[in-house]
Design a protein around this ligand. Structure first.
Ligand SMILES: C[S@@+](CC[C@H](N)C(=O)[O-])C[C@H]1O[C@@H](n2cnc3c(N)ncnc32)[C@H](O)[C@@H]1O
Length: 273
């Protein structure tokens, strides 16, 4: 069987496991297992025994709803490959908005210090640092496992990012621009999420407390009272933007929002003069 025929059979298995994008995922797994390009895949490349065995293991993992990116070991974000695996959140496309907000804020001010709080794989901090190498970029993270991935990704794309192991921004003394995709899912809603998230991604990357906003409130307070950046850009969940805007206004910030491709208010920007 050639790669496309193998992918057809793999897609049927993934469909039976309840995956919506079974055909696409089967193609990705086959190409990654065989180490072949899309062109070779369509040209009828044949999988050797080792690639077939690797694929079999990967299909069994995906049938158990392990995230595709944990299996392949990477996810693309802002045009670069980020290493991911158990212990770190897989970066999502909507989070690229935070990178855009950060780049807009620092391009006019190359002497700025930009801070990414709860960096996970390093996706946001490393992307900003790779796009704007003249800017000082610092990233914090509470999870040592996540920090290990951030270290790998910084080494690959932007080795000058400063990685700090701490709670929120507590170990940071200066930041002009703060970006954060903190956990924002209400604790009681996590179990109802798709198994790729609820059963596999780290709880510490998801759980935002009772209403989902506990860490966001704490960070805004610390920024307003101590760090005093000119911008804090926060990713939020569906329906949370108004509440986060209120938190910001309570600390005297001017508020604007950025919408994602689905039209959802996804990033709340708090500005102080
Ligand atoms: C939603 S994930 C986002 C990861 C990454 N920024 C991204 O966008 O892909 C939230 C991250 O915040 C980290 N985190 C949770 N609580 C934290 C805290 N108190 N201080 C610092 N980081 C924290 C988690 O470990 C996780 O990596």
């Amino acid at each position: 069987m050639n790669a496309r025929e193998v992918a057809g059979a793999a897609a049927r298995r993934l469909e039976a496991a309840g995956l919506e994008d079974a055909r696409f995922e089967a193609e990705v797994l086959v190409r990654e297992a065989a180490g072949i390009s899309r062109a070779a895949y369509f040209a009828g490349a044949v999988l050797d025994g080792e690639a077939r065995r690797r694929l079999e293991g990967w299909l069994a993992r995906r049938e158990r709803r392990e995230p595709l990116a944990y299996i392949t070991g990477w996810r693309e974000f802002f045009g670069r490959r980020f290493a991911v695996g158990r212990g770190v959140l897989v970066p999502r496309p909507e989070t690229e908005l935070l990178v855009e907000a950060g780049l807009d804020a620092v391009r006019a001010d190359p002497g700025a210090v930009l801070l990414d709080v709860g960096t996970g794989s390093g996706a946001v901090a490393v992307s900003v640092a790779a796009e704007a190498p003249e800017v000082t970029v610092v990233a914090t993270e509470i999870s040592e496992e996540a920090l290990r991935f951030a270290g790998l990704n910084a080494a690959a794309h932007a080795p000058h990012v400063g990685l700090v192991h701490c709670d929120l921004a507590t170990a940071v003394r200066r930041a002009d621009v703060v970006l954060a995709n903190l956990p924002y899912i209400p604790s009681g809603e996590i179990e109802a999420l798709e198994p790729e998230v609820s059963a596999w991604e780290p709880r510490i990357a998801l759980d935002g407390g009772n209403d989902g906003l506990e860490l966001i409130r704490e960070l805004v307070r610390d920024c307003a009272e101590r760090l005093r950046p000119r911008l804090v850009a926060l990713e939020v969940g569906y329906g949370q933007a108004d509440a986060v805007a209120e938190v910001g206004r309570g600390f005297g910030a001017e508020v604007s929002t950025m919408r994602d491709l689905a039209g959802i208010d996804r990033v709340v920007c708090l500005r102080w003069a």
